[in-house]
Design a protein around this ligand. Structure first.
Ligand code: FES
Length: 234
């Protein structure tokens, strides 16, 4: 089967990619940076974090680049005053929900949220903070989930389901009240499906799931999903 090539412009650069590629993937393939958090190569796209919004010429609304496929003749703008403002607000909203205190976080200096806040020039949070006191589960022999730091990107849920194939993790409730749960909302120690593979900790962009006593610089692996899936396809 031949794959069709689609031609588009991103920030004025002429680009050709395979049909079905998302705008974000096309940008990454061509060395153009679009901020993103929930997207991880190799996993399904959820469009949950809204950080990867871009403008499309001729369209009034903004589009999540991770879940919008490219089309012929499309003209994408990834960097504008409007987008910068949206991204800064999105980061501030993420920081205002739950408890993000970098100085006492295991992910300090290894955190994608912190790095993006820094890169985008977020120097304060303009929204009232909602520190809700979520449950921490350290009952597993070495994996810990601190839901206070969770940004609900669901990378852990997707890698557990789509790469490890066990679906030990899931979400309960809706919106900002959502919680990552283990099995049927049991403690991690009682999980009958978790294989202790650590993939959830490897892909967590913040310090919500980590391996106790292990430096995050050692645990984190953004390529885990892609690597495992590419090996499966062979
Ligand atoms: Fe696109 Fe999160 S990366 S919405």
């Amino acid at each position: 089967m031949t794959t069709k090539t689609v031609s588009l412009k991103i920030d004025g650069h002429d680009i050709s990619v395979q049909e079905g590629t998302s705008i974000l993937e096309a940008a990454i393939e061509n060395g153009i940076d679009i901020p993103h958090l929930c997207f991880l190569e190799g996993l399904t796209k959820t469009g949950a974090c809204r950080l990867c919004l871009v403008e499309l010429k001729g369209q009034a609304k903004l589009f999540a680049s991770c879940s919008t496929p490219v089309s012929d003749g499309m003209e994408v703008i990834t960097d504008s005053v409007k987008l910068k403002e949206y991204r800064k607000k999105t980061i501030q909203l993420l920081l205002s929900e739950r408890t993000h205190v970098c100085s006492v976080c295991v992910a300090n200096k290894n955190c994608e949220l912190q790095a993006l806040a820094d890169k985008l020039g977020v120097d304060h949070v303009a929204y009232e903070r909602e520190w809700t006191g979520e449950k921490v589960d350290s009952s597993h022999p070495f994996l810990v989930i601190d839901r206070n730091r969770c940004i609900l990107c669901t990378r852990c849920v997707r890698v557990c389901d789509e790469v490890e194939g066990v679906h030990a993790l899931d979400l309960k409730l809706r919106g900002k009240d959502s919680q990552i749960i283990v099995d049927f909302d049991d403690s991690w120690a009682n999980s009958t499906s978790c294989t202790s593979c650590r993939k959830c900790a490897k892909v967590c962009p913040v310090g919500a799931i980590y391996v106790e006593g292990e430096p995050l610089s050692q645990t984190k692996d953004r390529n885990i999903a892609n690597f495992v899936l590419s090996r499966r396809k062979k």
